[in-house]
Design a protein around this ligand. Structure first.
Ligand code: T4K
Length: 378
């Protein structure tokens, strides 16, 4: 152990942003007055409108969580066969394909961004491929241009899992404008949240109509059910909280920018620690996560040792995303899961560590966390 005292209160990888309780109570009163709790109520209507503007996207459909939204995205585009995706993501990404009877085909990731390696996608395409499901991991945008170019050449759909990318922009365009559909997650642990929730964003009016049917059991009217839909509706309480949270998101983002700067300052010169990828000036990021990579050979300790040692100081980092999805028992038998196919992902998955990142953390807390990390170096 170093000279650092453990934190008296646990430090987690993140903490949800809580709006002022009076603001929530006020909105609850509106809901009570309207006597409308779910199924496309007034809060839902307003949030869809407000988010469409905020995110600079043509169409947006709210959902009860990001996973159901992504399941519906695949349904709405009638995807089948194989879909090329990344193994370096949260379990939901490939699971959504399985729930649609689609086989995930894992493509290796880019060494720098940890996103799907757009240069390698083409070699994975077969006559069974119907789409590319890419993830803007930790909010770092994928190579959207290259992905679209390959997709267009082979007539493939493109879906982005933008669960981490709320408010991210490329050249002033909302991230949801790329590909056929993007999914956003509004889970409590995200920069912007509705407690649980999510959305699909896209550019096509007809697609919106189809998505909105699919998320409401396929019910067109009282006399017609036109497709096998699911229950993907966001309730009024979540929608109301989402409306309040829109006033908090930029403040939270600014606090996180400052904490990112401190991490960069403190850890920039530490040998064996790689910081988050630098993105071009043309990208607006959301600073939701702070992720480092630990090279055991140079740092002298493995990522797992660092993760365990942090717990002694009451600091609970996370190994997002380990194990790789290609290592899950349900996917490891796939040909594309073999480590020879995924050399970069297999290294990244053993090195990556998500550090505490949330606006309530103080600058001193972050400096202390960095001090503890530096004291672990051999
Ligand atoms: N695609 C990607 C790439 C995703 O990352 C995700 C979700 C999805 C799809 C699916 O979207 P959703 O269907 O969830 O909308 C968390 C989140 O539950 C999950 O939404 C997120 N990705 C994933 C990266 O992280 P866990 O299991 O790691 O969360 P949990 O409960 O361990 O929380 C993390 C820390 O946050 C805790 O250590 C303490 C703190 N915490 C958490 C909650 C829920 C609190 O302080 N208060 C809280 O209420 O998955």
């Amino acid at each position: 152990m170093s000279n650092f005292e453990p934190f008296t209160e646990s430090i987690y990888v993140t903490r949800p942003v809580f709006p002022k309780i009076e603001e929530v109570t006020k909105k609850l009163e509106d809901i009570w007055l309207a006597k409308w709790l779910t199924n496309n109520g007034p809060q839902h209507y307003m949030l869809e409108k407000e988010l469409t503007e905020y995110l600079k996207v043509p169409y947006l459909s709210l959902f009860n969580n990001g996973t159901i939204a992504l399941i519906v995205a695949c349904q709405s585009l009638r995807l089948q066969g194989d879909v090329i995706t990344t193994p370096f993501t949260f379990a939901a990404t490939p699971h959504v394909l399985s729930w649609n009877n689609i086989q995930p085909i894992f493509c290796d990731v880019d060494e720098e961004t940890m996103n799907i390696d757009a240069e390698k996608i083409e070699s994975m395409i077969t006559p069974h491929t119907s789409a590319i499901l890419a993830v803007h991991v930790f909010g770092t945008p994928c190579d959207t241009e290259k992905i679209q170019e390959v997709a267009d050449r082979y007539g493939l759909k493109v879906i982005y899992d933008a669960a981490h990318a709320f408010g991210v922009e490329i050249d002033g365009q909302g991230i949801g404008n790329f590909g056929d559909i993007s999914m956003l997650s509004f889970h409590a642990t995200k920069l912007y949240h509705t407690v649980e929730g999510g959305a699909l964003v896209h550019k096509d009016e007809h697609l919106k109509a189809r998505i909105d049917l699919l998320k409401n059991f396929g019910i067109k009217n009282e006399d017609e059910v036109v497709m096998p839909g699911i229950n993907g509706k966001l309730n009024e309480v979540s929608a109301a909280i989402g409306r309040i949270m829109l006033n908090y998101v930029e403040g939270e983002r600014k606090k996180r920018i400052r904490l990112h700067e401190i991490y960069n300052e403190e850890l920039g010169e530490v040998e064996g620690i790689k910081l988050m990828p630098k993105c071009g000036e043309n990208k607006k990021l959301n600073y939701q996560y702070y992720v480092i990579r630990i090279d055991e050979k140079i740092f002298g300790k493995s990522r797992d040792e660092v993760y365990d040692e942090f717990k002694n100081y009451n600091v609970f980092t996370r190994k997002y995303f380990h194990p790789l999805c290609s290592e899950f028992t349900c996917y490891r038998q796939l040909n594309s899961s073999s480590p020879e196919n995924l050399p970069v992902a297999n290294v990244v998955g053993k090195q990556v560590l998500s550090m505490p990142m949330y606006g309530e953390l103080s600058e001193d807390d972050v400096r202390k966390i960095c001090g503890i990390l530096k004291s672990m170096k051999k």
